[in-house]
Write a protein that binds this ligand. Structure first.
Ligand SMILES: Cc1ncc(COP(=O)(O)O)c(C=O)c1O
Length: 405
């Protein structure tokens, strides 16, 4: 019976400490949320700049709904491409310093669409082992050969590129790694792409809005433009606080994606009102440097406090500050202890992260206070103290990658 089969599979997931349960939110996203009926200080959202519930963004959404209604009604290539989408694309192109930008309905779909449009049978896609699942899935969908190199290992990438007989080679990486928070070696990746005739695709989902001058992202840290990194993917549901994603680059790239990216062509355009809300969020992210400055101060405060506790953190200067605890149960236990003390920080377990590297993925937003950061540290310290002899203090640094799929 198929139901018995599924029950058995679910029980196996539970036994491994990998069962996922959803919490129900009764409040807008923010520093303080109402979650499962309880008020908690949120340390696990991607709303890094605190824009998801900003009054100007919400007002733009409302105005957008009044002008365009609730839904786009069709795909972009049929009759769903509104003035709001078009204006947002132009503003995103200006923000990223690229010729054009193309909206996708989610980051997951952008990555599937881009990789499967640019690569196919006979081509090779080279990916960092810690890349986001959507980048790996895009390569699998494309039918190209997928070669995964050890995290940030440029020598391994160089060897794989030199050995590859493929004419079309895509080198694909997160800009800021989503579960570790560290920056990819972007300058060296661009150099490798130049040397080996590869096309570099960078998904800067966690860098845009947060890093670089005016929040223009990870690439600006390395002075890389659209000819060094031809394909830039950005998401709108993280620092920009809304929903959706985009690809930015030269005009030929965007035109080609319009013709060939199936996850662009065969899906309803995101609601135009969301595009209007994103235009407001983009303006705030662009103009209000204080949000990034504040984030950076909070991150430093947390890292200094964690060092005093003896916790070993990743080499991350982004708002993603993982505390790697190893066993799934340890991460669940720490998350429970934080919850009981008034904090929301969910446990991140495999397959989202490699086996043996379960963690709390602590994230900060511009809206957190120093007192909240100190409270989080105090609770982490108390939790560590309850462990007696066992300690997680030695765990840190880049975890091993998962096995080849
Ligand atoms: C690096 C990276 N790329 C893409 C995505 C997917 O974006 P979206 O949530 O818009 O589908 C995420 C997170 O969800 C991510 O962390």
């Amino acid at each position: 019976m198929w139901r018995d089969d599924l029950r058995e599979r679910l029980a196996a997931i539970e036994r491994q400490g990998l069962y996922r349960r959803r919490r129900v939110m009764d409040s807008p996203q923010g520093v303080e949320v109402v979650c499962d009926g309880r008020r908690r200080v949120n340390f696990c959202s991607n709303d890094y700049l605190g824009l998801a519930n900003h009054p100007e963004v919400v007002a733009a959404l409302r105005r957008g709904a009044e002008r365009y209604g609730a839904g786009a009604g069709a795909a972009h290539l049929v009759c769903g491409h509104s003035r709001a989408h078009h204006a947002l694309e132009e503003e995103l192109a200006e923000f990223t310093g690229r010729e054009r930008a193309l909206l996708f309905s989610t980051g997951y779909m952008a990555n599937l669409g881009v990789i499967s449009a640019l690569a196919g049978r006979g081509d090779t896609v080279f990916e960092d082992r810690l890349n986001h699942a959507s980048l790996l899935d895009g390569a699998l969908l494309s039918g190209a050969r997928l070669k995964r190199y050890a995290h940030a290992d440029l020598a391994a990438l160089g060897t794989a590129l030199a050995d590859s007989p493929s004419k079309t080679r895509l080198i694909v990486s997160d800009g800021v790694f989503s579960m570790d928070g560290d920056l990819a070696p972007l300058g060296a990746l661009a150099q490798a792409a130049r040397e080996h005739g590869g096309w570099l695709v960078i998904d800067d989902a966690h860098g845009l809005g947060v890093l670089g001058e005016k929040g223009r992202g990870s690439l600006t840290r390395f002075g890389l433009g659209q000819d060094d990194v031809p394909v830039l993917v950005g998401t709108l549901g993280k620092a920009f606080g809304t929903f959706g994603a985009f690809v930015a680059g030269r005009s030929e790239l965007i035109e080609f994606l319009i013709q060939r990216a199936r996850s662009y062509i065969y899906t309803t355009a995101l609601p135009p009102a969301v595009a209007e809300a994103t235009r407001a969020a983009l303006r705030l992210a662009w103009e209000e440097n204080w949000r990034r400055e504040r984030l950076s101060r909070l991150v430093h405060r947390f890292r200094a406090g964690a060092a005093q506790l003896g916790l070993c953190l990743m080499t991350s200067e982004s708002p993603i500050q993982p505390v790697v605890l190893g066993a799934n149960e340890a991460a669940l236990d720490a998350s429970r202890a934080l919850w009981n003390a008034g904090f929301l920080a969910s446990a991140i377990r495999p397959p989202t992260v490699p086996a043996g590297t379960a963690r709390l993925r602590i994230t900060f937003t511009a809206g957190h206070t120093e007192a909240q950061v100190d409270g989080l540290l105090e609770t982490l310290g108390e939790w560590l103290a309850t462990l007696g002899g066992t300690s997680f203090r030695a765990i840190g640094g880049a975890p091993p990658g998962p096995d080849e799929p």
